[in-house]
Design a protein around this ligand. Structure first.
Ligand code: AMP
Ligand code: ZN
Length: 468
């Protein structure tokens, strides 16, 4: 039995699929105007763990992820600029080129983090016709009004509006947009279709519609892309917690208004990755770390995967380079142990009762609302248990890695890179500078070392050089 926390009911519930043995899940994908940062990746990782857990339990999973390539505005109040149009101006490219470039970058990052490939990738711009059809249905049912800048959904017409909000009173204030487009009837109304602005730069992406030339609203896109691929209702819809108040609330509103049905049965949300002493990791605040940055610092991207597993997905996680470094050490140790067991394993060693118990304990952890920290703890218990044979340890860890995705089977013994003579000499000079407390010189030498493709770390055991 898998238990999952459902934001809709505010409870951990037993997962009951619509179709026996099958699970459909939709992930709100990236807005492809820039690189996804490791905070975004935390959200996608929780979804990857979810998919792996469902598969581990024997479910045939259909995972749909979208690429938001139009309609996501810089502000949640429907008044900002389209992120893609802005990105195109910044990069001096067409919106289509920008979307394609960052979509490729995103897919590359998923590979580096060893994600299981989604079954369906879908772009918002590939479903414009269907989105217009959905708005037409909403219009026929009386949920729509038109103002100067677009076609809007009248949230006061839907009694269930805001059902995803944990605290309706409080969230009404938080979920309400601070600024209101002129003519909007209620604070919580939202744009289904926006007209191309008459002033300012001409939009590159725009389409004809029964209401005028323009483009769809972000919330409409996800309703269409999920239901077109998974039906209504479908099993699981996921995203980061920031989507609860507005994006997912407005998806639910449209689906219920148009189809008179629940959109999906389980709504799951991942907590944020935050920076120590700073606000959340946000592209707009310029406080972001990319997967590429990990590689530049010589960190295995899978160490980030390991780090994410050390906190429950519904708990806020504080990021620091030190914690990532510890995760890298943890991962390297696990690789090391796994290789030991692999070498020592013998064919034909039976799987004993103790090993079975560990397997059950592991299953219990992952099926308890994806308790990855507990699952990781079980793996380390296995490593340390003197009563288990190496073969048992090897096969248990290999099995657990179906969930972890740490590529244990590809682990290789780490060979320390030989530090070249010129770097060694610079290290000595830096050591002298540090002994005389000449920090400026020490920093200068460090920069020199970096320009030669190496970096130096000051550890309790002294300077440690490593290749960038
Ligand atoms: P976006 O491209 O902004 O739509 O975000 C993509 C996904 O990342 C969404 O599911 C967001 O909720 C999630 N997200 C954004 N920032 C963070 C963060 N700092 N930590 C965790 N998830 C995040
Ligand atoms: Zn979405």
């Amino acid at each position: 039995m898998i238990k999952l926390y459902n934001t809709l009911t505010r409870e951990k519930e037993e997962f009951k699929p619509i179709c026996p043995g099958k699970a459909g899940m939709y992930t709100c994908g990236p807005t492809v105007y820039w690189f996804a940062h490791i905070g975004n990746m935390r959200a996608y990782l929780f979804e990857d763990f979810l998919k792996r857990v469902l598969r581990y339990n024997g479910y045939q999973v259909k995972h749909v992820i979208n690429l938001t390539d139009v309609g996501h505005l810089t502000s949640d109040d429907d008044t900002g600029e389209d992120k893609l149009e802005k990105g195109a101006r910044r990069d001096n490219k067409t919106v289509w080129e920008v979307a394609d470039f960052y979509a490729q970058a995103f897919k590359r990052d998923l590979k580096l983090l060893n994600f299981q490939e989604p079954d369906v990738w879908i772009k918002a711009t590939d479903t414009i016709k269907e989105q217009i059809e959905l708005i037409k249905v909403l219009e026929q049912k009386g949920f729509v009004y038109i103002i100067a800048d677009g076609v809007y959904f009248d949230s006061s017409k839907l009694p269930s509006y805001g059902k995803l909000w944990p605290n309706k009173e409080m969230d009404l204030k938080a979920g309400a947009r601070v600024e209101m487009a002129e003519g909007k009837k209620n604070l919580t109304d939202f744009a289904l279709w926006k007209f191309s602005p008459k002033e300012g730069p001409k939009r590159q992406m725009e389409w004809e519609s029964p209401w005028g030339i323009g483009f769809p609203g972000w919330h409409t896109e996800c309703v269409v892309m999920s239901i077109e691929n998974l039906g209504i209702p479908f099993d699981i819809h996921c995203g980061g917690i920031d989507h609860i108040l507005i994006h997912h609330t407005n998806e639910i509103a449209q689906a219920e208004a148009a189809y008179g049905k629940d959109m999906c049965n389980y709504w799951m949300h991942g907590e944020f990755l935050v920076l120590k002493d700073e606000a959340k990791m946000a592209k707009s605040a310029g406080t972001v770390v990319l997967v590429e940055d990990l590689i530049k610092k010589g960190i295995n991207p899978l160490a980030y995967r390991y780090l994410v597993m050390t906190a429950h997905y519904r708990k806020k996680m504080e990021f620091s380079w030190e914690s990532l470094q510890s995760a890298q050490t943890g991962l390297d140790n696990l690789y090391e142990k796994f290789l030991e067991f692999k070498q020592a394993k013998k064919i034909g060693v039976p799987f004993g009762q103790k090993a079975e118990e560990y397997k059950n304990k592991f299953l219990e952890a992952i099926n308890d609302d994806l308790n990855m920290p507990q699952a990781l703890a079980v793996a380390w218990e296995v490593v340390k248990d003197k009563k288990l044979a190496s073969s048992e340890k090897y096969y248990l860890l290999l099995d657990f890695d179906k969930i972890f995705g740490l590529n244990l089977d590809k682990a290789e013994r780490k060979t320390e890179e030989e530090v070249p003579e010129n770097i060694k000499k610079l290290l000595e000079e830096r050591q002298t500078a540090r002994q005389t407390k000449d920090w400026t010189k020490s920093d200068e030498i460090r920069k020199q070392i970096q320009t030669l493709g190496w970096d130096v770390e000051d550890t309790p055991e002294g300077q440690k050089a490593r290749k960038l």
